[in-house]
Design a protein around this ligand. Sequence first.
Ligand code: HEC
Length: 127
Amino acid sequence: MKVRLFFLKTSWLVIIAGGLLGGCYYDNEETLYGITTCDSTFVSTFNTDVLPMLEKYCNGCHAGSSPSGDISLDTYSNVSNYVSNGSLMGSIRHDPGFKAMPEGRGKLSACDIKKIQSWIDAGAANN
Ligand code: HEC
């Protein structure tokens, strides 16, 4: 009986350890995925890459009826205004002279910033 209990406990440990290891593998895959999509040949599109990122990191403040700073980033035409005047990248890159965004939170990852930049470099199309 004692032996059986021991085995039972051991197998639980294995399952738990497996779960943890599995978690690590998942993280690694995510990192790798980030690297591959951030290579110099990757070009983002507005609807697939840029808008979802803005929705996630910015539009808690920059959408709706009274957006922060009176700046809406919820549609292509709204976003293009801030691409043209340079404040979108200026604020995301924390360039001097621009308000650092997202306000009160950490800077976006280098990978995410690069994704937005690649879309702008390719002409900032409504794609
Ligand atoms: C917690 C709310 C909040 C979040 C999240 C946020 N912003 Fe802002 N943003 C503001 C406020 C408030 C201002 C106006 C600041 C001011 O004028 O003092 C502003 C201003 C700006 C400006 C004008 C900056 C300038 O110097 O002209 C841009 C562009 C901008 N935000 C883009 C973004 C982007 C892109 C994101 C996401 C990566 C983002 N914001 C996330 C609140 C936020």
